[in-house]
Design a protein around this ligand. Structure first.
Ligand SMILES: C[S@@+](CC[C@H](N)C(=O)[O-])C[C@H]1O[C@@H](n2cnc3c(N)ncnc32)[C@H](O)[C@@H]1O
Length: 303
């Protein structure tokens, strides 16, 4: 099961009302969408976006089952990249939105059940594409590890996950692919295992975690997509409209902070009761949902 992260905090911060038009840019199994739908009610409009068609179909079933007809807003299900937000809204003839939530990255189901190679604990084809279905020509993790240059591999592994053994891992990927194409997750785990010292394998976090995260981010151009979403947001958010963005690593958070700072005439970060401009999950939430441990919520407001 995918347990929604920072659910109440992210939705309450949007200050939603009946009739509002709201986007859930990363609907997955609709954890956040259900809560939004209940707040905006029958007169509201909810636009549910996900790159993963299976997730979107499950979200539709989940919302149908859990919303009574009289509380159900008008809901659109869109299998697309949230970086196309402006175009998506244009197609729906919607000019401005009151709120948006984006709970970035990958879901527990995608890691555990998609068969697309997100988990270093299962032997699967090395795809790592959030886009589902994928079509010929879509970038995959397999293409990256078999074709990108050593320096580029080292850079992405270092910059997208702060992996201190990035250079060694990149060198060993090049070495391994000279002998045989790298096609599965376990082949990659094996290469990483040979690249890191023994004591690194005894740390709390699995030694392949960071490399897998970095290659997934590169495969899906996650930082680029986030940047495009922010650019669109600046245009489509109504005055006083808000967007709750949940990030899971420092790279994602940096992009957000920089963007708001660069656009401080029109955007600001909302301050919470703790006087900070971000919230992290409580100890209880982390205990009951370990995936939330690196989450950070920031709320952007259009001035
Ligand atoms: C962490 S999950 C969201 C979980 C959801 N909030 C819930 O509580 O059920 C992230 C979802 O965003 C989707 N996703 C990631 N990047 C995307 C993008 N650029 N465009 C559209 N969907 C994206 C993933 O496929 C995944 O389903």
């Amino acid at each position: 099961m995918h347990i929604p992260v920072l659910l109440n905090e992210s939705i309450d911060s949007l200050d939603l009302k009946q009739k509002n038009i709201v986007v859930d840019a990363t609907v997955n199994r609709a954890g956040h969408s259900l809560s939004i739908a209940k707040k905006i009610g029958h007169s509201g409009t909810l636009i549910c976006i996900d790159l993963d068609k299976d997730a979107l179909d499950d979200a539709e079933k989940f919302l149908n089952k859990n919303l009574k007809a009289k509380e159900r807003p008008e809901i659109f299900f869109i299998n697309d990249n949230f970086r196309n937000l402006e175009k998506i809204l244009e197609n729906l003839k919607i000019k401005k939105i009151d709120g948006l939530v984006a709970d970035l990255g990958v879901s527990s189901q995608e890691i555990d059940d998609s068969g697309r190679g997100f988990s270093f604990q299962r032997d699967e084809p090395l795809l790592m594409t959030l886009k589902n279905p994928i079509v010929k020509g879509d970038l995959t993790a397999e293409y990256i590890v078999n074709n990108w240059q050593e320096e580029t591999l080292a850079d992405i592994i270092y910059y997208y996950s702060d992996e201190r053994y990035a250079k060694r891992i990149a060198r060993n990927i090049i070495e391994a692919r000279r002998g045989k194409e790298i096609k599965t997750t376990f082949q990659l785990v094996d290469i990483i295992s040979k690249s890191v010292p023994v004591n690194y394998k005894h740390s709390k976090t699995h030694f392949a975690t960071k490399t897998f995260q970095a290659i997934r981010i590169a495969t899906n151009d996650e930082i680029g997509a986030e940047g495009d979403l922010l650019l669109a947001l600046e245009k489509v958010l109504k005055e006083k409209g808000r967007a709750s963005i949940i990030t899971f690593h420092s790279g994602e958070d940096r992009v957000l902070k920089k963007f708001v700072k660069a656009n401080k005439e029109i955007l600001k970060l909302v301050k919470f009761e703790n006087k900070k401009d971000f919230l992290e999950p409580s100890r209880e939430e982390i205990k009951s949902n370990v995936r939330s441990r690196s989450a950070k919520l920031r709320v952007i407001e259009k001035i």
